[in-house]
Design a protein around this ligand. Structure first.
Ligand code: SF4
Ligand SMILES: [Zn+2]
Ligand SMILES: [Zn+2]
Length: 304
Protein backbone atom coordinates (compact mmCIF):
# COMPACT_ATOMS: atom_id res chain seq x y z
CA UNK A 1 0.00 0.00 0.00
CA UNK A 2 1.39 3.42 -1.02
CA UNK A 3 0.63 6.93 0.20
CA UNK A 4 -1.94 8.61 -2.08
CA UNK A 5 0.03 11.87 -2.02
CA UNK A 6 3.73 11.03 -2.28
CA UNK A 7 3.76 7.32 -3.11
CA UNK A 8 5.88 6.44 -0.03
CA UNK A 9 5.55 3.37 2.09
CA UNK A 10 4.65 2.50 4.76
CA UNK A 11 1.16 3.91 5.07
CA UNK A 12 0.15 4.83 8.64
CA UNK A 13 -3.55 5.35 8.02
CA UNK A 14 -6.15 3.95 5.66
CA UNK A 15 -9.35 5.93 6.19
CA UNK A 16 -12.28 3.60 5.79
CA UNK A 17 -14.82 6.31 5.02
CA UNK A 18 -12.84 7.96 2.22
CA UNK A 19 -10.46 5.17 1.17
CA UNK A 20 -7.56 7.66 1.61
CA UNK A 21 -4.11 6.21 2.44
CA UNK A 22 -1.36 8.37 3.96
CA UNK A 23 2.24 7.97 5.01
CA UNK A 24 3.40 9.48 8.32
CA UNK A 25 4.64 12.82 6.96
CA UNK A 26 1.62 13.38 4.71
CA UNK A 27 -0.72 12.40 7.57
CA UNK A 28 0.87 15.01 9.88
CA UNK A 29 0.71 17.64 7.17
CA UNK A 30 -2.92 16.88 6.24
CA UNK A 31 -4.01 16.95 9.87
CA UNK A 32 -2.38 20.32 10.48
CA UNK A 33 -3.88 21.71 7.28
CA UNK A 34 -7.33 20.38 8.18
CA UNK A 35 -7.33 21.97 11.66
CA UNK A 36 -5.95 25.30 10.40
CA UNK A 37 -8.57 25.25 7.63
CA UNK A 38 -11.35 24.66 10.18
CA UNK A 39 -10.02 27.52 12.29
CA UNK A 40 -10.36 29.80 9.23
CA UNK A 41 -13.65 28.31 8.02
CA UNK A 42 -15.43 28.79 11.36
CA UNK A 43 -13.58 32.05 12.11
CA UNK A 44 -12.39 30.66 15.43
CA UNK A 45 -9.64 33.20 15.88
CA UNK A 46 -8.96 36.77 14.86
CA UNK A 47 -5.61 38.43 14.53
CA UNK A 48 -4.48 39.67 17.94
CA UNK A 49 -6.55 37.17 19.95
CA UNK A 50 -5.11 35.97 23.22
CA UNK A 51 -6.02 32.29 23.48
CA UNK A 52 -6.15 30.43 26.75
CA UNK A 53 -5.85 26.71 26.05
CA UNK A 54 -7.00 24.17 28.63
CA UNK A 55 -3.99 21.85 28.64
CA UNK A 56 -4.58 18.63 30.57
CA UNK A 57 -1.54 16.87 29.14
CA UNK A 58 -3.79 14.35 27.36
CA UNK A 59 -3.52 13.75 23.63
CA UNK A 60 -6.32 16.12 22.59
CA UNK A 61 -5.07 19.25 24.32
CA UNK A 62 -1.46 18.47 23.37
CA UNK A 63 -2.40 18.22 19.68
CA UNK A 64 -4.42 21.44 19.98
CA UNK A 65 -1.34 23.15 21.45
CA UNK A 66 0.94 21.73 18.75
CA UNK A 67 -1.25 23.29 16.06
CA UNK A 68 -2.18 26.56 17.79
CA UNK A 69 1.53 27.09 18.42
CA UNK A 70 1.86 27.54 14.68
CA UNK A 71 -0.42 30.63 14.82
CA UNK A 72 1.41 31.82 17.94
CA UNK A 73 4.82 31.58 16.27
CA UNK A 74 3.56 33.45 13.23
CA UNK A 75 2.42 36.27 15.51
CA UNK A 76 -1.24 35.89 14.51
CA UNK A 77 -2.43 35.12 18.04
CA UNK A 78 -0.90 34.77 21.49
CA UNK A 79 -1.37 31.36 23.09
CA UNK A 80 -1.06 30.49 26.75
CA UNK A 81 -1.97 27.27 28.51
CA UNK A 82 -3.66 26.49 31.79
CA UNK A 83 -3.73 23.12 33.51
CA UNK A 84 -6.46 22.50 36.05
CA UNK A 85 -5.63 20.16 38.89
CA UNK A 86 -9.00 18.76 40.00
CA UNK A 87 -7.45 16.91 42.92
CA UNK A 88 -7.75 13.31 41.68
CA UNK A 89 -5.13 11.30 43.52
CA UNK A 90 -3.03 8.85 41.58
CA UNK A 91 -4.04 10.42 38.28
CA UNK A 92 -3.73 14.15 37.84
CA UNK A 93 -0.15 14.69 39.07
CA UNK A 94 1.34 12.94 36.05
CA UNK A 95 -0.83 14.96 33.66
CA UNK A 96 0.28 18.21 35.31
CA UNK A 97 3.91 17.16 34.98
CA UNK A 98 3.56 16.29 31.30
CA UNK A 99 1.62 19.49 30.54
CA UNK A 100 4.30 21.57 32.28
CA UNK A 101 7.06 19.89 30.33
CA UNK A 102 5.37 20.25 26.97
CA UNK A 103 4.46 23.92 27.51
CA UNK A 104 8.09 24.57 28.45
CA UNK A 105 9.40 22.73 25.41
CA UNK A 106 7.06 24.68 23.15
CA UNK A 107 7.92 27.93 24.94
CA UNK A 108 4.31 28.66 25.81
CA UNK A 109 3.30 30.52 28.98
CA UNK A 110 1.72 28.04 31.39
CA UNK A 111 -0.26 28.27 34.63
CA UNK A 112 -1.38 25.49 36.95
CA UNK A 113 -4.53 26.15 38.94
CA UNK A 114 -6.49 23.84 41.20
CA UNK A 115 -10.00 23.14 42.48
CA UNK A 116 -8.51 23.46 45.95
CA UNK A 117 -7.20 26.96 45.31
CA UNK A 118 -10.28 28.28 43.50
CA UNK A 119 -13.09 26.35 45.20
CA UNK A 120 -11.59 25.18 48.48
CA UNK A 121 -12.25 21.52 47.78
CA UNK A 122 -10.76 18.75 45.67
CA UNK A 123 -12.77 16.42 43.45
CA UNK A 124 -11.72 13.47 45.61
CA UNK A 125 -13.13 15.24 48.69
CA UNK A 126 -16.39 15.97 46.89
CA UNK A 127 -16.67 12.33 45.90
CA UNK A 128 -16.58 11.15 49.51
CA UNK A 129 -20.25 12.16 49.85
CA UNK A 130 -21.28 12.80 46.29
CA UNK A 131 -24.63 14.30 45.35
CA UNK A 132 -23.71 14.25 41.67
CA UNK A 133 -21.49 12.22 39.36
CA UNK A 134 -17.77 13.09 39.37
CA UNK A 135 -17.88 14.27 35.75
CA UNK A 136 -20.81 16.58 36.49
CA UNK A 137 -18.85 18.32 39.26
CA UNK A 138 -15.69 18.25 37.20
CA UNK A 139 -17.26 19.77 34.07
CA UNK A 140 -19.05 22.56 35.95
CA UNK A 141 -16.03 23.50 38.09
CA UNK A 142 -13.58 23.34 35.22
CA UNK A 143 -15.72 25.65 33.08
CA UNK A 144 -16.09 28.01 36.05
CA UNK A 145 -12.31 28.11 36.63
CA UNK A 146 -11.45 28.46 32.94
CA UNK A 147 -13.79 31.39 32.61
CA UNK A 148 -12.28 33.07 35.67
CA UNK A 149 -8.67 32.46 34.61
CA UNK A 150 -9.46 33.77 31.12
CA UNK A 151 -10.58 37.07 32.62
CA UNK A 152 -7.59 37.21 34.97
CA UNK A 153 -5.28 36.74 31.98
CA UNK A 154 -7.16 39.05 29.62
CA UNK A 155 -7.77 36.16 27.20
CA UNK A 156 -10.20 36.77 24.36
CA UNK A 157 -10.82 33.07 23.59
CA UNK A 158 -10.76 29.82 25.54
CA UNK A 159 -9.70 26.82 23.45
CA UNK A 160 -10.27 23.21 24.42
CA UNK A 161 -9.20 19.92 22.86
CA UNK A 162 -12.74 18.50 22.36
CA UNK A 163 -12.67 16.07 19.45
CA UNK A 164 -15.27 14.57 17.11
CA UNK A 165 -16.01 11.66 19.45
CA UNK A 166 -16.55 14.03 22.43
CA UNK A 167 -18.88 16.20 20.43
CA UNK A 168 -20.91 13.29 18.98
CA UNK A 169 -21.22 11.97 22.56
CA UNK A 170 -22.46 15.32 23.87
CA UNK A 171 -25.05 15.56 21.09
CA UNK A 172 -26.33 12.04 21.60
CA UNK A 173 -26.34 12.29 25.41
CA UNK A 174 -28.39 15.45 25.34
CA UNK A 175 -30.81 14.03 22.75
CA UNK A 176 -31.30 10.93 24.87
CA UNK A 177 -31.81 12.94 28.04
CA UNK A 178 -34.02 15.49 26.32
CA UNK A 179 -31.78 18.39 27.37
CA UNK A 180 -32.78 20.73 24.60
CA UNK A 181 -31.37 23.85 26.25
CA UNK A 182 -27.99 22.12 26.63
CA UNK A 183 -28.09 21.08 22.97
CA UNK A 184 -28.44 24.68 21.86
CA UNK A 185 -25.08 25.42 23.51
CA UNK A 186 -23.08 22.72 21.71
CA UNK A 187 -20.93 23.98 18.86
CA UNK A 188 -17.52 24.75 17.43
CA UNK A 189 -17.67 28.26 18.91
CA UNK A 190 -19.86 29.26 21.83
CA UNK A 191 -20.43 32.79 22.79
CA UNK A 192 -22.78 34.58 25.10
CA UNK A 193 -24.13 38.11 25.16
CA UNK A 194 -22.70 38.35 28.67
CA UNK A 195 -19.20 39.86 28.41
CA UNK A 196 -18.12 37.93 31.51
CA UNK A 197 -18.27 34.76 29.43
CA UNK A 198 -15.17 34.34 27.25
CA UNK A 199 -15.81 32.87 23.78
CA UNK A 200 -15.00 29.14 23.69
CA UNK A 201 -13.56 27.45 20.62
CA UNK A 202 -12.96 23.79 19.73
CA UNK A 203 -10.39 23.59 16.90
CA UNK A 204 -10.35 19.75 16.92
CA UNK A 205 -14.11 19.31 16.81
CA UNK A 206 -13.98 17.54 13.43
CA UNK A 207 -11.01 15.30 14.18
CA UNK A 208 -11.77 11.73 15.31
CA UNK A 209 -10.17 10.62 18.57
CA UNK A 210 -8.19 7.81 16.97
CA UNK A 211 -6.60 10.22 14.47
CA UNK A 212 -5.54 12.45 17.37
CA UNK A 213 -3.91 9.42 19.01
CA UNK A 214 -2.12 8.68 15.75
CA UNK A 215 -1.07 12.32 15.33
CA UNK A 216 0.65 12.57 18.73
CA UNK A 217 2.34 9.25 18.07
CA UNK A 218 3.52 10.36 14.62
CA UNK A 219 4.77 13.68 16.03
CA UNK A 220 6.40 11.81 18.93
CA UNK A 221 4.71 14.07 21.47
CA UNK A 222 4.68 12.77 25.03
CA UNK A 223 1.15 12.76 26.40
CA UNK A 224 -0.64 11.62 29.55
CA UNK A 225 -2.14 8.25 28.66
CA UNK A 226 -3.69 7.14 31.96
CA UNK A 227 -7.47 7.17 32.21
CA UNK A 228 -9.28 9.10 34.92
CA UNK A 229 -10.47 6.74 37.67
CA UNK A 230 -13.93 8.35 37.58
CA UNK A 231 -14.36 8.08 33.80
CA UNK A 232 -15.95 4.64 33.59
CA UNK A 233 -18.89 5.57 35.84
CA UNK A 234 -20.38 8.18 33.61
CA UNK A 235 -23.30 8.16 31.21
CA UNK A 236 -20.91 9.78 28.73
CA UNK A 237 -18.69 6.69 28.87
CA UNK A 238 -21.67 4.44 28.07
CA UNK A 239 -22.73 6.62 25.15
CA UNK A 240 -19.10 6.78 23.97
CA UNK A 241 -18.83 3.01 24.01
CA UNK A 242 -22.06 2.69 22.00
CA UNK A 243 -20.83 5.18 19.39
CA UNK A 244 -17.48 3.40 19.10
CA UNK A 245 -19.16 0.05 18.54
CA UNK A 246 -21.59 1.35 15.96
CA UNK A 247 -18.76 3.19 14.17
CA UNK A 248 -17.05 -0.12 13.40
CA UNK A 249 -19.82 -0.97 10.95
CA UNK A 250 -20.75 2.62 10.10
CA UNK A 251 -17.48 4.58 9.98
CA UNK A 252 -19.09 7.92 9.13
CA UNK A 253 -21.68 7.86 11.92
CA UNK A 254 -19.96 10.46 14.14
CA UNK A 255 -19.55 12.88 11.25
CA UNK A 256 -23.20 12.50 10.30
CA UNK A 257 -24.28 12.99 13.93
CA UNK A 258 -22.35 16.25 13.93
CA UNK A 259 -23.47 17.44 10.51
CA UNK A 260 -27.13 16.64 11.17
CA UNK A 261 -26.98 18.39 14.52
CA UNK A 262 -25.35 21.51 13.08
CA UNK A 263 -28.18 21.75 10.56
CA UNK A 264 -30.99 21.54 13.10
CA UNK A 265 -29.24 23.67 15.73
CA UNK A 266 -30.56 27.02 14.44
CA UNK A 267 -34.14 25.69 14.75
CA UNK A 268 -33.45 24.30 18.22
CA UNK A 269 -31.94 27.61 19.24
CA UNK A 270 -34.96 29.54 18.08
CA UNK A 271 -37.38 27.24 19.86
CA UNK A 272 -35.60 26.00 22.92
CA UNK A 273 -32.74 28.20 24.04
CA UNK A 274 -33.09 29.85 27.41
CA UNK A 275 -35.38 32.85 27.05
CA UNK A 276 -34.57 34.64 30.29
CA UNK A 277 -31.26 36.52 30.25
CA UNK A 278 -28.43 35.39 32.49
CA UNK A 279 -28.05 37.17 35.79
CA UNK A 280 -25.11 37.31 38.20
CA UNK A 281 -24.48 34.66 40.83
CA UNK A 282 -25.18 36.13 44.27
CA UNK A 283 -22.10 34.45 45.72
CA UNK A 284 -19.34 34.66 43.12
CA UNK A 285 -20.66 37.17 40.60
CA UNK A 286 -20.19 34.81 37.65
CA UNK A 287 -22.96 34.63 35.02
CA UNK A 288 -25.80 32.39 36.24
CA UNK A 289 -29.22 31.22 35.12
CA UNK A 290 -30.60 31.48 38.68
CA UNK A 291 -29.62 33.16 41.96
CA UNK A 292 -26.62 30.89 42.26
CA UNK A 293 -24.38 29.64 39.47
CA UNK A 294 -24.04 25.87 39.13
CA UNK A 295 -20.63 25.83 40.85
CA UNK A 296 -21.85 27.76 43.89
CA UNK A 297 -25.03 25.70 44.15
CA UNK A 298 -22.95 22.48 44.18
CA UNK A 299 -20.74 23.92 46.93
CA UNK A 300 -23.81 25.02 48.91
CA UNK A 301 -25.36 21.54 48.54
CA UNK A 302 -22.16 20.06 49.95
CA UNK A 303 -22.10 22.32 52.98
CA UNK A 304 -25.73 21.69 53.90
S1 SF4 B 1 -13.45 11.64 33.47
FE1 SF4 B 1 -14.87 12.95 34.54
S2 SF4 B 1 -13.95 13.30 36.55
FE2 SF4 B 1 -12.33 12.50 35.23
S3 SF4 B 1 -11.30 14.30 34.42
FE3 SF4 B 1 -12.89 13.73 32.93
S4 SF4 B 1 -14.71 14.93 33.50
FE4 SF4 B 1 -13.27 14.97 35.23
ZN1 LIG C 1 3.02 10.61 1.74
ZN1 LIG D 1 -21.34 31.40 41.80
Amino acid sequence: MKCDYCGSIPVVIHRKHSGQKLCKDCFIQKMQEKVLKDIRKYKLVEKGDKILLGLSGGKDSVMALDILKNLHERGIVEVMAVTIDEGISGYRAEGVEIATKIAKEMDIKHRIVSFEEYLGVTLDELMKKPQNGACTYCGVFRRWILNKVAREEGATKIATGHNLDDEAQSILMNYLEGNLDNLTRIGVKSQSKDPRFTVKIKPLREVPEREIALYVLARELKVHLAGCPYAGDSFRAEVGQFLKEISLKHPTIMYSTLRGFDRIKPVLKKEFSRKSPLTRCKVCGEPAAANLCKACSFLKERNE
